[in-house]
Structure formats: C-alpha cells, structure tokens
Design a protein around this ligand. Structure first.
Ligand SMILES: [Mn+2]
Length: 233
C-alpha cells in the first residue's frame, strides 16, 4: 500500500486518469486530493464523480470547492417564488466572482447532471476535509490546500478557520513545524520565488508544494509519501 498526494487537478480529467494509471493506483493505496479538483479545466464533474466512486481517495477543500459550494447549492434549487426572493446581492456577487476564476465550465457540467447526481455531488463536496494529518514512513505530514494564516507552532490545526487554510499560500522560506512536513497546493510551483524547477514538486524548508500548474500549461504531479518519489503527466 502507498500514500499519494495530488492537488489542483482543475478539471483535467484525462491527465488525472493517466496519472492514476501511471502510479498503478490500486484499492489498497490512498490518494489525498488537496483541493481545487474543479474549475478552469474542461471536465470538473468527471473528476468529482471519479473521486466520489473511490473510498480510498480522501478529498480536502480548496478555494474553488468553497466557491462552488456557495453557488451550486443555490443553482440546484428549483425556481419558485420563494427561491427567487431568496436571491440576494451576496449570492450574485459570489457567482460572478466564481465565473471570473473558471467556474463557468463547472456550472455548465453541473447543470447537465441528473437531480440525483447533483444532490450526490453537493453532499460529497460538503464532506471535504479542511486538513489532514498523515504519518507515513516514519514522518509526519500536515496536508492543507493553501497555507496556515496566523500560524503559531502550538496552535492546534483544528483551531484554524476555513479562510485561514484555503486562500493564502504559506511562507515557503520559513519552517513551520521542525518535525513535520507541510504539504500544500494552491500556488503553482512556477510562481514560487527562487524555485529552480518550475512545474515540478517544490521541496524546501519542510514544505512540499505540489501544484505543478497543470491548468496553466504545466504538469499534473503526484508525490508518494513513503519514499518521496514523484510522478508527472
Ligand atoms: Mn487554490
């Protein structure tokens, strides 16, 4: 059995499936998906439906799932006088904002699902964890989509709020936990200052940054925690 981490799939269903094939992903393995499985790319719902079918895929929430949840809940509601009255400026603003960061395809493919699948997808999105802690090969890992805002070494992970974990990247020049690795996505590694290997997994100062920018013409990368081996499509 092996433990893998991937992030920011962004609707790139084909790359995701190819990568699973490449690592020979099996029922005895585990795959942590560190958020932003959806938006920007062409097949967000296919990615989600595939993840949903696999009990050994453990999803974490990213800012894109967070935005999707706000809007899809509303879009799945039947149009009635009451639901129309419930539309407020915040909802409209959220929807427009989401569309500017790649939500449109997700909205369209969600719209094509049956009512039952819509309900399943919403229920699934609501289950995503905010963070995970994994012990693997004698090492400890903290997994979270973006960073840890207002970080304090002694602050329990359960104490961080959702916005503190999904919107802002960590300071990669700083060690957060001397005895743990912080695994994050959200910021394509090509955008990390001083990174000598853009679009590959970045490791420094007990950070492992795994968003290899597949939606921006980079790669989709996955890391196996047992031995640190990296795989790319
Ligand atoms: Mn993100």
């Amino acid at each position: 059995m092996a433990t893998y981490c991937i992030s920011d799939i962004h609707g790139e269903y084909e790359a995701y499936r190819k990568l699973l094939e490449k690592i020979g992903f099996s029922d005895s393995d585990e795959l942590y998906v560190l958020g932003d499985a959806i938006d920007r790319g062409p097949r967000s719902m296919d990615v989600l439906m595939d993840m949903m079918m696999r009990p050994n895929v453990i999803p974490l929430i990213g800012n894109h799932e967070y935005m999707a949840l706000q809007c899809l809940r509303f879009l799945a509601t039947e149009v009635t006088d009451e639901s129309v009255d419930a539309v407020n400026d915040d909802m409209i603003r959220g929807l427009l904002e989401w569309q500017t960061v790649g939500g449109q395809e997700t909205i369209e493919s969600f719209g094509r699902l049956s009512a039952e699948d819509k309900a399943d997808v919403l229920e699934y999105l609501e289950e995503f964890s905010l963070y995970e802690e994994v012990r693997c090969g004698g090492e400890d890992y903290v997994l979270v989509h973006a960073g840890l805002v207002n970080f304090a070494p002694a602050r329990p992970l359960g104490d961080y709020t959702l916005p503190e974990m999904i919107f802002r990247v960590p300071d990669y020049s700083k060690v957060y936990y001397p005895d743990k690795y912080l695994v994050t996505g959200h910021r394509p590694t090509r955008a990390i200052k001083g990174n000598p290997a853009p679009d590959r997994i970045y490791r420094a100062n007990r950070h492992i940054a795994i968003d290899c920018g597949c939606t921006f013409g980079g790669q989709l990368g996955v890391i196996r925690l047992e031995d640190g081996e990296e795989f790319y499509v």
